[in-house]
Design a protein around this ligand. Structure first.
Ligand SMILES: [Zn+2]
Length: 518
C-alpha cells in the first residue's frame, strides 16, 4: 500500500475516534508553496515532506500534520522539481576541485546535468563516472557516450569509412559504455570527426544503444545550409530513429543563419509528421539568439581539418587548397550574418574579448577571412554567433516535444542563465509558454526522455531534487559581455534531500550522484 493511502486511512480512523490529526515526522517540510509536480502544468497547494534523500509526503495537511526538523516556508513561491539539463559541457568541470560544485547550474535550479553531448565524452565513460562518483559533484550527473570520441579512439581523425576491425572496436566501446550505465549515445555530426561518419555507421552503433534502452542525442549534421541542409538533416535524425528503433533527441534545435531563417514552422511540420509515423522524436533548446562556437567552428570548412592542426595549417598556406578554403569561409561567414555577427567571448589573447570579427579585421587592416585565419592559426577563439531569430525560437519553444537544455559552455551566458531566462523572458515577459509548461519542459519530461528513474517529479518515493523559486523575480543576470553572472530568484535547491542553496546562498554540499541507466 502506498504511504499516503495508508496514512490517510490511518488519519481517518484516528480522526473519527479522537478528532485529533495524526502526525508524520520528517527531516524537511516545504509548506505553503504552489507546487508543480513536473508532469501536470497546474500547481497544487500541497506540503512536501522529505526524509533522508526521498520525498515521503506530497499532499494537503487536511487530515495529517507534517512535523519537520526543518520547515521551509514557501509562501508566495513556486516549488518545482529540480531541473534536469540534457545538454551541458561539464566533463572538464567535474575534474576540477572547484568547478565540480557545478554552481552555474545549481544557482539556476538545475539538480541534474547530462554531459558527453555533441559526440564528445570521456572514453571510457565508465572510468570517468567512477572518478566523478569518488570526487563528488554539486549536481547529479548523467553521461552519454560520444560517438565522435568513440570514432577517434578507434580510427583517429580519418575522413573515411571505418574498416571492419575499426567498426568492431567502435561497437565494443559503445557496448562497454552502455554496460557501465551511460544514458545513451550522442553524436556531433557537424563536427570532426563525427561529420566523417555515414548515416549507416551511426545507425549501426545506435542499434546497440537501443538494445540497452538508451537514447540517441544529436548535434545534427546541419543546422543551416552548410552541407545537406537543415531539413535533410532532420530527416537523417528521423531515419536513424526509424532504422535503429531508438528514441531520438535533437539538441539545441534551431534554424541557424540567414539561409534558413523562418524555417521554424516547416521544422515543426516535419517533426510532427515523424511523430505521427511512430518515431519517438524530441528536442531541447536554449533561449538565446546567439550560439556559442569558435571563429574556426563557425567559418572554417571541416574537411580541411582532417589529420589535425599541422595538416590544417599546411592546407591554409597551400596556394590551390587555400583558395578553396577561403571561398568556403566567405560563404560560411555570409551564412552566419557577416563579421559583425561574431563576438569574441574567450580567447588566449584577452585584448580580443568583447570585439567582433569585424572590429579585429579593421584593426588589423585585413579582410575578415584573413583575420579569421589569423585567429584560427593562433589557436582559435570562442565566439557568440548571433544567428537565430526570436520568431523561430518562439515557434520551437511552444512545441510539446521541445524541452530546455543549456548547452552550457564557457563564454556564453547560457551556462549561467538558460533556465531563469526562459522563465523571465519567455514566460513572464513574452508569454510564449506558461509557467507550468516551462517547469515540465525542464524537469519531468526530460527525465522521461532520458529514462532517468525516480527523478524529475515531485512524487512520493522520488528523490528529493527540489527547487523553491520566486515566480515573479526569477531572472538571468548573465550577458554576452559578462557571461559569468549567477541568476537570481532561486531561493532553495535541494539535491538528494540535502540543501545545496539556502536563501539564495550555496551551502558547499556535494550531494550529487552519478546516475546510471536502469
Ligand atoms: Zn552542440
Amino acid at each position: 500500500m502506498r504511504l499516503t493511502t495508508f496514512l490517510i486511512l490511518l488519519a481517518l480512523l484516528t480522526y473519527s475516534c479522537t478528532k485529533k490529526k495524526p502526525v508524520l515526522e520528517v527531516d524537511i517540510a516545504i509548506k505553503n508553496g504552489q507546487v508543480y509536480d513536473g508532469i501536470s502544468e497546474s500547481p497544487h497547494s500541497f506540503t512536501v515532506g522529505i526524509e533522508a534523500d526521498k520525498i515521503v509526503f506530497f499532499g494537503a495537511e487536511e487530515i495529517i500534520d507534517i512535523k519537520a526538523k526543518t520547515v521551509i516556508d514557501a509562501s508566495g513561491k513556486a516549488v518545482v522539481p529540480g531541473f534536469i539539463d540534457p545538454h551541458t559541457h561539464t566533463t572538464q568541470d567535474l575534474n576540477d576541485s572547484v568547478a565540480r560544485h557545478n554552481l552555474p547550474f545549481l544557482t539556476q535550479g538545475v539538480t541534474t546535468v547530462i554531459n558527453g553531448n555533441d559526440g564528445r565524452s570521456p572514453i571510457p565513460v565508465g572510468r570517468a563516472m567512477k572518478l566523478w562518483g569518488l570526487s563528488g559533484a554539486g549536481t547529479n550527473v548523467g553521461v552519454l557516450v560520444g560517438h565522435g570520441h568513440v570514432r577517434r579512439a578507434a580510427m583517429g581523425m580519418e575522413n573515411r569509412p571505418p574498416t571492419s576491425e575499426e567498426m568492431q572496436e567502435m561497437r565494443e566501446i559503445v557496448t562497454k559504455a552502455m554496460e557501465d550505465g551511460a544514458l545513451g549515445m550522442s553524436t556531433g555530426l557537424y563536427y570532426t570527426p563525427g561529420n566523417y561518419a555515414s548515416t549507416e555507421e551511426v545507425i549501426e552503433l545506435s542499434k546497440i544503444v537501443s538494445e540497452y534502452g538508451g537514447v540517441y542525442d544529436t548535434h545534427q549534421r546541419d543546422e543551416s545550409s552548410y552541407s545537406i541542409g537543415l531539413m535533410n538533416s532532420i530527416k537523417e535524425v528521423i531515419r536513424i530513429g526509424a532504422e535503429a528503433d531508438i528514441p531520438v533527441h535533437i539538441s539545441h534545435i534551431k534554424a541557424l543563419g540567414v539561409d534558413v531563417w523562418g524555417k521554424g514552422t516547416e521544422m515543426v511540420a516535419l517533426i510532427d509528421s515523424a511523430k505521427s509515423a511512430g518515431i519517438d522524436i524530441t528536442a531541447n533548446q536554449y533561449p538565446y539568439v546567439a550560439s556559442g562556437t569558435s571563429v574556426g567552428g563557425s567559418t572554417f570548412p571541416n574537411w580541411a581539418r582532417a589529420g589535425g592542426q599541422e595538416e590544417m595549417i599546411k592546407r591554409i598556406d597551400d596556394e590551390v587548397v587555400g583558395l578553396t578554403i577561403r571561398q568556403e569561409m566567405r560563404d560560411n561567414l555570409r551564412r552566419r550574418g557577416g563579421p559583425s555577427s561574431l563576438l569574441i567571448t574567450r580567447s588566449g589573447n584577452p585584448d580580443w574579448i568583447g570585439l567582433t570579427l569585424e572590429d579585429l579585421s579593421q584593426e588589423w587592416r585585413l579582410e575578415p577571412i584573413e583575420a579569421a585565419l589569423k585567429i584560427i592559426k593562433a589557436g582559435d577563439a570562442s565566439v557568440a554567433s548571433f544567428n537565430m531569430t526570436e520568431e523561430d525560437i518562439a515557434i520551437l519553444m511552444a512545441q510539446p516535444w521541445c524541452m530546455t537544455g543549456s548547452d552550457g559552455s564557457a563564454g556564453h551566458p547560457r551556462k549561467y542563465g538558460t533556465f531563469p531566462r526562459k522563465f523571465r523572458k519567455y514566460v513572464i515577459e513574452d508569454s510564449v509558454i506558461s509557467f507550468g509548461r516551462a517547469v515540465v519542459a525542464s524537469s519531468g519530461q526530460v527525465a522521461e526522455t532520458f529514462n532517468i528513474k525516480n527523478r524529475g517529479q515531485i512524487k512520493e518515493g522520488y528523490f528529493a531534487d527540489i527547487v523553491v523559486m520566486d515566480p515573479t523575480t526569477i531572472r538571468d543576470n548573465s550577458t554576452f559581455e559578462k557571461p559569468e553572472q549567477f541568476a537570481s530568484g532561486i531561493d532553495y535547491v535541494l539535491v538528494n534531500g540535502e540543501v545545496a542553496i539556502e536563501e539564495g546562498r550555496y551551502t558547499g554540499t556535494l550531494a550529487g550522484k552519478i546516475l546510471k541507466r536502469e
